[in-house]
Design a protein around this ligand. Structure first.
Ligand code: AMP
Length: 281
């Protein structure tokens, strides 16, 4: 495990190429590990970062409560034979006197960006720092955080990072709930209520006929009627720009939801395409 950018660069210099990077906030579950497995399969060496990024949490969000267990994470990453774990200290990696922010306009301002102002600026600034420190050939992201994946892909294109951004499918529990570190906050009752996110998305995916307005109504009403759930947004959007779609859609679309179950905010999404079900971006 290394904790400083200098040490990471020294380790990376000796690693074979192509190098894969898997950025995480730790409290690792099978969703994270699916990214590690994909990276191991496609790369000669893999670096995993474990960093609870303070810049992506807004005031009043769960930065302090966010689950942390570096010892358990190190154990599971050792079992997966990753070549290096980068776990920097927050005060050192994201010092308060920083003057530079990486901001992707438009696509980071709606949906998650509208509900969590500044969230994606925190994400892109720290992911850009991780890219600069590790210098990977490929970086692996889950489409569980679909908008994050789209924003980072855009940043890498706009800034010519020369890194392949690989989007990996969402790993779900047997009943459909998307795995998330925040699921640890849910009581057994709330864990049941949380299934409404997947239920609303899978209903829309099953019924998808290319009518974005009808799909949006179905998505919203299914979610809003569910007990114990407070909808934040439920949208049918363009998969690249994240702009809401209207009327008849001939290309692919993304259905995205965010909802509170108790005080826990959960997100999920599915791809809608003209040929029926397809989990991949
Ligand atoms: P996080 O630790 O929540 O920041 O997530 C780190 C990476 O793991 C992000 O790219 C997430 O999209 C991805 N991830 C989290 N949960 C899942 C999941 N259930 N399936 C696939 N990828 C996931």
């Amino acid at each position: 495990m290394v904790g400083t950018v200098g040490d990471l660069r020294a380790v990376v210099r000796a690693l074979p190429r192509p190098l894969g990077l898997v950025p995480t906030m730790g409290a690792l579950h099978d969703g994270h590990l699916s990214l590690v497995r994909a990276a191991k399969k496609e790369c000669a060496a893999v670096v995993v970062s474990v960093f609870v990024n303070p810049l992506q949490f807004g005031p009043g969000e769960d930065l302090d409560a966010y689950p942390r267990d570096l010892d358990a994470d190190m154990e599971v990453l050792a079992a997966h034979n990753v070549d290096c774990v980068f776990a920097p200290d927050a005060a050192e990696f994201t010092p308060p006197h920083r003057l530079t922010t990486v901001k992707v306009a438009e696509i980071s301002e709606l949906l998650e960006g509208a509900s969590r102002p500044g969230h994606f600026d925190g994400v892109t600034t720290v992911v850009a720092k991780l890219f600069s420190a590790a210098g990977p050939d490929r970086a692996y992201f889950g489409t569980k955080d679909y908008q994050q994946f789209a924003v980072i892909r855009r940043m890498v294109g706009d800034l010519d990072f020369g890194i392949d951004i690989v989007g990996c499918p969402i790993v779900r529990a047997g009943d459909g709930l998307a795995l998330s570190s925040r699921n640890a906050y849910l009581s057994p009752r709330q864990r049941q209520d949380a299934l409404a996110l997947w239920r609303s998305l899978s209903t829309v995916q099953r019924q998808w006929s290319g009518d974005a307005d009808a799909a949006r109504v179905t998505l919203r009403t299914t979610l809003e009627r569910a007990p114990g759930v407070r909808t934040d947004y439920a949208e049918i959007a363009d998969p690249d720009t994240l702009q809401p779609l209207a009327g008849r859609v001939t290309g692919p679309a993304q259905a995205l939801v965010a909802a509170y179950v108790g005080t826990t905010r959960l997100i999920d999404n599915v791809r809608l395409d003209p040929w029926g079900r397809s989990p991949d971006p």
